[in-house]
Design a protein around this ligand. Sequence first.
Ligand SMILES: *[C@@H]1O[C@H](CO)[C@@H](O)[C@H](O)[C@H]1NC(C)=O
Ligand SMILES: *[C@@H]1O[C@H](CO)[C@@H](O)[C@H](O)[C@H]1NC(C)=O
Ligand SMILES: *[C@@H]1O[C@H](CO)[C@@H](O)[C@H](O)[C@H]1NC(C)=O
Ligand SMILES: *[C@@H]1O[C@H](CO)[C@@H](O)[C@H](O)[C@H]1NC(C)=O
Ligand SMILES: *[C@@H]1O[C@H](CO)[C@@H](O)[C@H](O)[C@H]1NC(C)=O
Ligand SMILES: *[C@@H]1O[C@H](CO)[C@@H](O)[C@H](O)[C@H]1NC(C)=O
Ligand SMILES: *[C@@H]1O[C@H](CO)[C@@H](O)[C@H](O)[C@H]1NC(C)=O
Ligand SMILES: *[C@@H]1O[C@H](CO)[C@@H](O)[C@H](O)[C@H]1NC(C)=O
Ligand SMILES: *[C@@H]1O[C@H](CO)[C@@H](O)[C@H](O)[C@H]1NC(C)=O
Length: 464
Amino acid sequence: MTLLWCRAALAATAVLPVASSIQLNLDDEASIRNVTATYAYGMMTYYSNNQTNTPDDKIGNLPAPYYWWESGAMWGGLIDYWAYTNDTSHVNTTRQALVANFGPNADLVVPAQRWDEACFAGNDDQAFWALALMSALEYQFPNPSDSDPQYLEVAKAAFDTMAARWDLTSCNGGLKWQIFPENSYGYDYKNSISNGGFFALAARLARYTGNQTYVDWASKTWDWCQEIGLISDKFEIFDGSDDTLNCSRINHMQWSYGVGIFLHGAATLYNYTNGSSIWEKRTSGLLERSAVFFSPFDNATNIMYEPACETVSTCNTDQQSFKAYLGRFLAKTAILAPYTASSINTFLRASAAGAAKSCSGGRDGVTCGSKWYTGNWDGTNGVGQQLSALEVTQALLATKAGNPGTQADVHIAKPAATTTINLPARPTTTETHPPNDAAAMSTSGKMVLVSVALMAVLSGLRLW
Ligand SMILES: *[C@@H]1O[C@H](CO)[C@@H](O)[C@H](O)[C@H]1NC(C)=O
Ligand SMILES: *[C@@H]1O[C@H](CO)[C@@H](O)[C@H](O)[C@H]1NC(C)=O
Ligand SMILES: *[C@@H]1O[C@H](CO)[C@@H](O)[C@H](O)[C@H]1NC(C)=O
Ligand SMILES: *[C@@H]1O[C@H](CO)[C@@H](O)[C@H](O)[C@H]1NC(C)=O
Ligand SMILES: *[C@@H]1O[C@H](CO)[C@@H](O)[C@H](O)[C@H]1NC(C)=O
Ligand SMILES: *[C@@H]1O[C@H](CO)[C@@H](O)[C@H](O)[C@H]1NC(C)=O
Ligand SMILES: *[C@@H]1O[C@H](CO)[C@@H](O)[C@H](O)[C@H]1NC(C)=O
Ligand SMILES: *[C@@H]1O[C@H](CO)[C@@H](O)[C@H](O)[C@H]1NC(C)=O
Ligand SMILES: *[C@@H]1O[C@H](CO)[C@@H](O)[C@H](O)[C@H]1NC(C)=O
């Protein structure tokens, strides 16, 4: 956030009729819907790759500094947004974005992404797009046109490519972070978000299709993560491990989305197995452990935060979005494992209330910041901030969409949803967004994370 932008924002506030700040009434469904519409609208002002002159390989992608994975994560959030609210405002844009990223083999391996700004295409990136397709399937999001590949075949194909990458050359298995050996950043790292993404995808495909192969892979992936120590006895989810050391050392960083992605996968299998005790124990253990991502201070009980970076203001662009996924996966867990619903609801309500107070910045007066515990906008803005506020708030409406469906439900036609939530007129949003400082400073959050990990390994520091 530059001083210049702050001045411009203040000046604008003085002259423009600013929309009132976010007024969120947690007990009023219409209010929640209204607020989520505002967050989603603000988020979409960052997206412009849906113009008639947009090159095909850019459709569906957010501009720099956002990586490909975060676009997939955003579309996943917007599918849920539609399912939870019936607001169709972003449906066409979302469907176009998904189809444009299926890739030449319809498996979410997209060549254009192989050499994007930082040469990243990870198993985790592919997983986030595949999980978006699972939401599309579970809620019967409008299908691609008949001539395009369909969501299920693409999600299955993505799974198959990941299963084929299960790597026995070190650590007795597991997925590497990166897909391509050319990506020296992270190719030697076996991490929890890649394996957790694969685990959650397998769990959701199991429940959706009823095919035992997916249950087997989910169990195998869970067991491997435990064996290596990425999942601890206390259900902590640690960031990753160096496979050149045969995963003998663990990077003990913990991130909110890590526990979230495993929690939702475990709850899915709990549900699919009609409440088996093994998956109940795992679901409960992860949920209990997720409490470390809440209540940063005595004055912020049950408000979500990112302990590894938020209070010290070092979250990078990727990390600014992580709370979105913990919010998303908690909501889905509450539906699949109803015994968790009341404690999850307590977390979500406090966090949504905190987020609403943080969404009081920028020229429009409703730009979201990242620190929900301060009672105010913290001066940051971005897709991650908008998406996090959106997901933690729409999570309160998740039950409105009914139970996530399975393949057996497909013949039951979903009634056409036609509502569009009309927002009051707001100042035009043609201003270009200021670069996110954190992102501008580090060309790649992922790169920084790995170099910290590697440095610590190489120097033998007892950081973890
Ligand atoms: C939606 O928000 C606007 C202000 O942003 C307000 O004028 C309107 O009354 C709200 N509607 C509901 C149903 O809360
Ligand atoms: C592109 O997406 C934005 C955000 O959803 C939307 O407002 C706009 O109408 C879309 N433009 C086209 C040409 O589809
Ligand atoms: C989406 O596209 C369809 C067909 O192209 C069109 O009829 C519909 O009005 C569009 N919906 C929105 C909300 O833009
Ligand atoms: C590598 O780690 C795996 C998993 O912990 C273990 O089973 C295997 O024996 C180890 N291999 C070597 C050569 O240490
Ligand atoms: C189950 O899924 C696996 C992995 O995609 C596939 O190879 C197998 O054919 C599927 N089985 C059935 C009965 O569809
Ligand atoms: C779960 O219950 C359903 C309905 O009773 C049954 O069809 C299914 O086989 C059960 N699944 C398992 C894994 O026990
Ligand atoms: C499975 O999820 C459904 C909602 O989709 C819920 O009604 C049911 O109670 C869940 N099963 C168990 C064992 O909790
Ligand atoms: C709560 O306390 C923290 C730490 O002192 C502070 O940064 C934050 O602004 C406080 N929040 C509120 C709502 O006062
Ligand atoms: C969406 O609209 C359909 C058809 O009117 C309705 O059955 C469904 O309950 C609505 N869903 C939500 C989340 O409001």
